[in-house]
Design a protein around this ligand. Sequence first.
Ligand code: HPA
Ligand code: ZN
Length: 326
Amino acid sequence: SELKNIIQGIPKAELHLHIEGSFEPELMFKIAQRNQITLPYKSIASLKKAYKFNNLQEFLDIYYAGAQALLHEQDFFDLTWAYLKKVHSQNVIHVELFFDPQTHTDRRVPFPIVITGIHKALEKAKSEFGISYKLIMSYLRHLSEEEAFKTLESSLPFKHIIDGVGLDSSELGNPPSKFQRVFKASAQQGYQLVAHAGEEGPSAYIWEALDLLKVVRIDHGNRCLDDDALVKRLVEEKIPLTLCPTSNVALKVIQKMEEHPVSEMLKKGIIATIHSDDPAYFGGYMNENYYETAKALHLTLDQIQQLAVNAFKASWLNADAKQKRI
Ligand code: HPA
Ligand code: ZN
């Protein structure tokens, strides 16, 4: 369709992508087989059938189970390379991707194995596709702050290839305040800061992410619209939100795409951006997220362009590189 062609033609930046969430069932079975790991699903079809979620936690349980297949540097390379090939075909030219080291180090896969496999794929995509990238290490918020500190420590030999830290996993009951000290220590190491907030959690968690963690972007942030003073703050301080529309529908953060808050956010002057979150689980990479959102909300071409421009504005590209894209 015409809309699909327009979206394909727009150079895009993806700022909210969990690399473990790009693990397609076919690749998962292939890697599990070569690692002689038995997945808790008999077939690709039965695995795909399990992809029906009522909330964030039901998804996370399956997402962590799938990641068990990843053991060797080559596995992390293959996972990341598959994602980068896919988004290259969708005209994505810049990515800032999350990885969850604790999902792997808790299974005794060493931190260097994880990051080296991911980084080699990013470097290959940079040279072969011209895709620029940033890497964000995300702390798992269902674990303790002490464990996040251990992860920070493990990351230090790789400081030169890590751009920032994030906060993901089970939001409710794990407020940003739990990680105030490790975020401060991460900033002192030169890392930029982001956090998931206001996906399932209340707008109070977004305030905490801003005031206590001092993040420069909010991942998701849907719930900000509950609070006018917070919206004012996001607009005045130009704090971007990295929204993930198909994720929101899949995890029942919203009941249907027509209810997605992105157009209201744009109207209020928030730097709203669109991304895929965990595309292998939610059934949409970047183009599908743009398309489904544009179709359901009847976005104008200007609004679609604005979303793409916003993502470059919100990115951690330097001013020169941004200028070329805006
Ligand atoms: N929210 C929280 N944690 C996550 C997500 C998400 O959408 N995806 C992967 N880990
Ligand atoms: Zn996410």
